[in-house]
Write a protein that binds this ligand. Structure first.
Ligand code: UD1
Length: 418
């Protein structure tokens, strides 16, 4: 199993290019299931999750070119879609596979998708996806770990989700695009990746308004056509490199990205003492000698993203002062705390709150990556720790960060993949 060895102490400096957004690419690739026309995508991130999804789509009869899934461009042709089934062995490695449910049901009238089950950060049920599709007329049974869904043409409905769910909103928008009549999704997720998906669907001929607000209206159409679409930049990858630069007292410029969807993260970094400047498609950060600690509370967009919580925990470990970090989205998203403590961090957990007392320095140690963003926080901490940190199980990082070791090296970090 691959490991990352990081020798801490170097201030990050220089420029890197940010990749396409994982959490936009995954639903947008699933949108290809909705049409018999060819979809051509660009700015795809080269990630394990994308490769896994392309494998899943190919198994359903979608023709993927190039087959490898290792390019930034791909053409998907779902005219030969013949197997509307997502098996457990693929779904268990990537929960986002649930995003095929809505499109398969809308296009084929049936779908058999494995229940994703729990994951390290919490139970993560999909009841809202199921409830919404049922409101649109689907008959859904859960048997032997699989969601079996059937429907004639789905019917537009008014759906109010019990909580804000990102992939739930995306599944329902995709299903509603081919339904008969109008669907209104209330309490919809406002995340930029939902907007990116809606923009892609509109380019395919869907009629959607309100994406980016908490009420989304979709007028179903009979057919969608093929289109060409460029995936938005990854705001979480952008935020992660800003944190890495901030923690190391660095000065970096991130290219091919946008500050538009990062307000809450950028505000916190400025509060911590960073000087941040914006240009068209680029963000520059210059860090102070020592950061001030910054308290935060995660919540759905536009509030502070849960996917940046762990990285901010890492920078608070070495900041001046005491910070309280409150996680409100997932019940078990403090898995990185025990590992950060192995590096010498002073963190106390009280329910959903982590109280982080900044220390003068961390010391390198062997630590274990537990989930995607937890792994990113260990990388940030390792970059400032004295001596070498060995991060085990970095397959989590490969799921969501393209060429992380190469990008960090380009910024002057001493990183080796072992
Ligand atoms: C997405 C993101 C993930 C991010 C998360 C929250 C993708 C591929 N993943 O995950 O990176 O951390 O949003 O911003 O986009 N819930 C239910 N029932 C449901 C659906 C959700 O109880 O049917 C709960 C979840 O357990 C969680 C909360 O709602 O506590 C939010 O989850 P959700 O927004 O659905 O997360 P994902 O879409 O899985």
């Amino acid at each position: 199993m691959d490991k990352l060895a990081i020798e801490g102490g170097a201030s990050l400096a220089g420029e890197i290019v940010i990749s396409g957004a994982k959490n936009a690419a995954l639903p947008i690739l699933c949108a290809a299931l909705l049409t018999g026309g060819t979809m051509t995508f660009s700015n795809l991130p080269r990630l394990r999750d994308v490769a896994t999804l392309l494998k899943l789509l190919a198994q359903m009869g979608v023709c993927v070119t190039p087959e490898s899934g290792e390019e930034r461009q791909a053409a998907l042709d779902a005219s030969g879609l013949n197997n509307p089934c997502a098996p457990y062995d693929l779904v268990k490695t990537m929960r986002a596979s649930i995003l095929v449910l809505g499109p398969l049901l809308a296009r084929c009238g049936e779908a058999k998708v494995s229940l994703p089950g729990g994951c390290a950060i919490g139970a993560r049920p999909v009841d809202q996806h199921i409830k919404g599709l049922q409101a649109m007329g689907a008959e859904i049974a859960v048997e032997q770990g699989y969601i079996h869904a059937r429907a004639g043409r789905l019917k537009g409905a008014r759906i109010c989700t019990d909580m804000v769910t990102v992939t739930g909103t995306e599944n329902l928008i995709m299903a509603a695009s081919l339904a008969e009549g109008e669907t209104i999704i209330e309490n919809a997720a406002r995340e930029p990746e939902v907007v990116d998906l809606a923009n892609c669907l509109v380019s395919m001929g869907a009629r959607i308004s309100g994406a980016g607000t908490d009420v989304i209206r979709i007028q179903g159409v009979k057919k969608l056509r093929g289109a060409t679409y460029a995936i938005m930049p990854d705001r979480i990858e952008t935020g992660t490199y800003l944190c890495a630069a901030a923690a190391t007292g660095g000065k970096v410029r991130l290219l091919k990205t946008s500050a538009a969807s990062l307000d809450s993260v950028i505000d916190k970094l400025m509060d911590a003492g960073c000087d941040i400047r914006f240009a068209r498609d680029a963000i520059s950060l210059q860090a102070p000698a020592r950061l001030k600690s910054i308290s935060l509370r995660t919540a759905p967009y536009p509030a502070f993203p849960t996917d940046m919580q762990a990285q901010f925990m890492a920078i608070n470990c070495v900041a001046d002062g005491v910070a309280t970090i409150r996680e409100t989205i997932f019940e078990n998203r403090f898995m990185h705390v025990a590992e950060l403590q192995r590096l010498g961090a002073d963190i106390q957990i009280e329910g959903n709150n982590a109280i982080v007392r900044g220390v003068a320095s961390l010391q390198g140690a062997t630590v274990m990556a537990t989930d995607l963003r937890a792994s990113a926080s260990l990388v940030v901490a390792a970059l400032v720790a004295q001596g070498e940190t060995l991060i085990d199980r970095i397959y989590h990082l490969d799921r969501g960060y393209e060429d992380m070791a190469e990008k960090l090296s380009a910024l002057g970090a001493k990183v080796r993949r072992i």
